[in-house]
Design a protein. Sequence first.
Length: 348
Amino acid sequence: MRVPWQLYRYYGDRRLLAEAYPALTNYLNYVAAHAPGRIPWANEGDWLEVGSGGASQRTPPKLAATAAYAYYARLVAQIAALLGRSDDARRYDRLAGEISASFNEHFLDAATGRYAADSQTAPALALYFGMTPAEQRSRVLDQWLKNIIETRTNHISSGIVGTHYVFQELMESGHDDLAYTLLTRAGFPGWEYMLRNGATTVWEAWDGGGSRNHPALGSVDAWLFQALGGIRLDPVVPAFKHFLIKPAVVGDLTWVKCAYASVHGRIESHWRREGATLRLELTIPPNTTATVYLPTAQAAAVAESGRPAATAPSVEAVGVRAGAAVYEVGSGRYVFEAPWLSSEAPPK
């Protein structure tokens, strides 16, 4: 269901959506016919969560299935709109809203802000898919962060289904520092534990059971590119015709060098701390534009190639958003420099 959409987002070819559309709608209609009260059948929750034997009940199977159902309905609504099928777009968007309402009625404890007693996956899905009611979002987010930081002592506990979305929602909600802590946390469970126990590929399960060469928990790689490297798709414009550069300068990292071979050419993002200065070197491919978020508390002091950034060629100062100086740039190579206040590294 998600593959045609992702291919369109990264490559911009609507023909993929048109070809897949009949199969996507047939599947969604089939699920709808077998989802009384907008809650579909399910056999698994989040496969191989920490402490589970497989089909974990800490993330209820029907919770995960219903979240996926809502997400798919929303995707099909977006695809229908792009293909000019406005009636379908309205119908599937309405379906997504109905599924979300039923999801919250069945699974959200409004008094506590919990979707499940001890699950990192359940709130990550609800938050990232936009299913949580607006008035409950901050409470759900707080409870989720509390589970990660206090209950799980800064350890990941999600499995094959949820890990990607845990990192995506931490990024979207502005908690890349915590995501970095989860990634680098020593001991079980975690990627450091795999490395320390001789892993040369990513395991299927945190404890090493099952396959020893499994891509699912390697989904954290997306966060490395999107958050640490800062190279992100524009939410609206596909195929990196316009994109975002929004690096997270976190923890004990002193530099990150990242590149992505887009359909328009190679995008490069390289940042490093040099004393009290943050230096960000960028390559923006021909015939593309980007919005650059430079994390600094002193936007007026930002320079590009040795001159004030606000007056540099092909650079337009947009303003300050969430602790970052924001610029629109055209194709070319750029070197931004800004004052930087270092922070303590997260606990290992």
